[in-house]
Design a protein around this ligand. Structure first.
Ligand code: UD1
Ligand code: CA
Length: 458
């Protein structure tokens, strides 16, 4: 076995009505072509080719896999013509596997069964049964059930149009034979195109062995031509992802109201409530609860932590037994150690919150290194920005910061020290001290408020 995947991705995708080449449109936030490349990679071939055409530069810069052989098809003259562009790369002993860049849900297992069927065949087509086969190439079999040819919709008569077994487009072929068939294909058909599917008839004519693998789930081989099909496949893909998580033991309050746009790693007994979106690489430890309406991007969340409703977490590392939200915002490079609490309307950026520390209400903590056992009073702000540069705030262990304090960075608050409410801290405070930095309260007894004058015009 020497698998050599060739992915067809030159089509324009006019019906997407987009400036973006069709194969770059995402499913689960990943380009369709990338899905196909990833599935093909599972075949563990030493080479892989992508036939590109429309938007080639954009395609090549978006797909960052370094080992792709990029083959340009300048004019799109059909699937046979597309594969022929790579003929110079095809080696005689290759097991060529042809995939479509706009069929993103193809599973690696299916590609494996297609490739391994080549052990007993020269050409293998992947077919599927459709109740509405309109538009597809039909699989014509003889009385013994052997595949004889594929006839495109536009070339088919009424009898052939009734056939419900269709060509998915995925084909595997022995390299040496494939090259001879590619040479022999002519554009003598209704569309004036070089049909890759003509290989079947050519193979049958020379008594080569043609086989078919049937794909049970048509969604897997469904292509995307327009936004409706893209949306349909997005749902199918999301359903696969949430199903996999439920198999792993996650409780989904409603699996149709969770979106996964990346990869999730989960512990035991995780609970995910409705309307949550997970982006990038997200890891949830045992017993983590995600309440409704959260967006969690590239985050690691430790065991027993609860993320309460409507919180947004981005590139953050969260310890165990933490409590976040509701309405918390953790921006990139936030680290919460175990048992930390971040409450409502709190924003934290590029900061470490030590274990057991609490920032419970209406605060901004940025560029801060906070020790453990700290209590940050409501409405506290680290003033980290002077209009030009960002500065650090360092808060020692067991500090108590009274409400509505501003800490003007760079500044250090010594461990165990206390800050009186409403203070503006501009100088370092000593360990164990009390600092109050606010205007002293004065009281004027029996104060008479001004009385409005009757002068007419105001
Ligand atoms: C093709 C098959 C048809 C099958 C259907 C499944 C042929 C002749 N027909 O038809 O039997 O049922 O797919 O969806 O093969 N492409 C190129 N260069 C080209 C033409 C196409 O790269 O010159 C790529 C497209 O980007 C696309 C794929 O090949 O990814 C299929 O092309 P498309 O035009 O959609 O083929 P169909 O006519 O739908
Ligand atoms: Ca198509």
């Amino acid at each position: 076995m020497k698998p050599y995947p060739i992915i067809l991705a030159a089509g324009q995708g006019t019906r997407m009505r987009s400036n973006l080449p069709k194969v770059l449109h995402p499913i689960g936030a990943k380009a369709m072509l990338q899905h196909v490349i990833d599935a093909c990679r599972d075949l563990k071939g030493e080479r892989m080719a992508v036939i590109y055409g429309h938007g080639g530069d954009q395609v090549k810069t978006t797909i960052t896999d370094t080992d792709i052989q990029w083959v340009e098809q300048v004019e799109q003259k059909g699937t046979g013509h597309a594969v022929a562009q790579a003929a110079g790369h095809i080696q005689d002993d290759d097991d060529v596997v042809i995939a479509y860049g706009d069929v993103p849900l193809i599973r690696a297992e299916t590609l494996h069964s297609l490739a391994s069927a080549l052990q007993n065949a020269d050409l293998v087509v992947l077919t599927t049964q459709l109740s509405k086969p309109f538009g597809y190439g039909r699989i014509v079999r003889n009385d013994d059930g052997k595949v004889q040819k594929i006839v495109e919709e536009k070339d088919a008569d009424d009898e052939i149009r009734k056939i419900q077994e269709v060509n998915t487009g995925f084909i595997a072929a022995k390299g040496k034979k494939l090259k001879t068939w590619l040479d022999a294909i002519t554009p003598n058909n209704a569309q004036g195109e070089y049909y890759l599917t003509d290989c079947v008839e050519l193979a049958v004519a020379e008594n080569a062995v043609v086989d078919a693998v049937i794909c049970e789930n048509p969604m897997e081989v469904q292509g995307v031509n327009n936004r409706m099909q893209q949306a349909e496949l997005e749902r199918a893909y999301q359903w696969q992802q949430v199903q996999a998580l439920m198999v792993e033991g996650v409780t989904m309050m409603d699996p149709t109201r969770v979106d996964i746009r990346g990869t999730m790693t989960v512990g035991k007994d995780v609970v995910i409530d409705v309307n949550n979106v997970f982006i990038g690489d997200v890891t949830l430890g045992d017993n983590v609860v995600i309440e409704p309406g959260c967006i969690i991007e590239n985050a690691v969340i430790g065991a027993n932590t609860r993320v309460k409703a409507n919180s947004v977490l981005e590139s953050s590392a969260i310890g165990q037994d933490c409590d976040i939200g509701p309405f918390a915002r953790l921006r990139p490079n936030t680290v919460l150690h175990d048992k930390a609490k971040v409450g409502n309307f709190v924003e934290i950026k590029k900061s470490t919150v030590g274990s057991g520390s609490k920032v419970n209400h209406l605060s901004y903590v940025g560029d801060t290194n906070m020790g453990s056992g700290v209590n940050i009073g409501a409405g506290t702000i680290t003033c980290n920005y002077d209009g030009a540069n960002k500065h650090q705030t360092v808060i020692g262990d067991n500090v108590f910061v009274g409400s509505c304090t501003q800490m003007v960075a760079p500044v250090e608050v010594g461990s165990g020290s206390t800050i009186g409410a409403g203070s503006t801290i501009t100088k370092n405070t000593q360990a164990g001290s009390l600092t109050v930095a606010r205007a002293k309260q004065i009281t004027i007894k029996d104060w008479v408020r001004p009385i409005k004058t009757q002068s007419g015009d105001e």
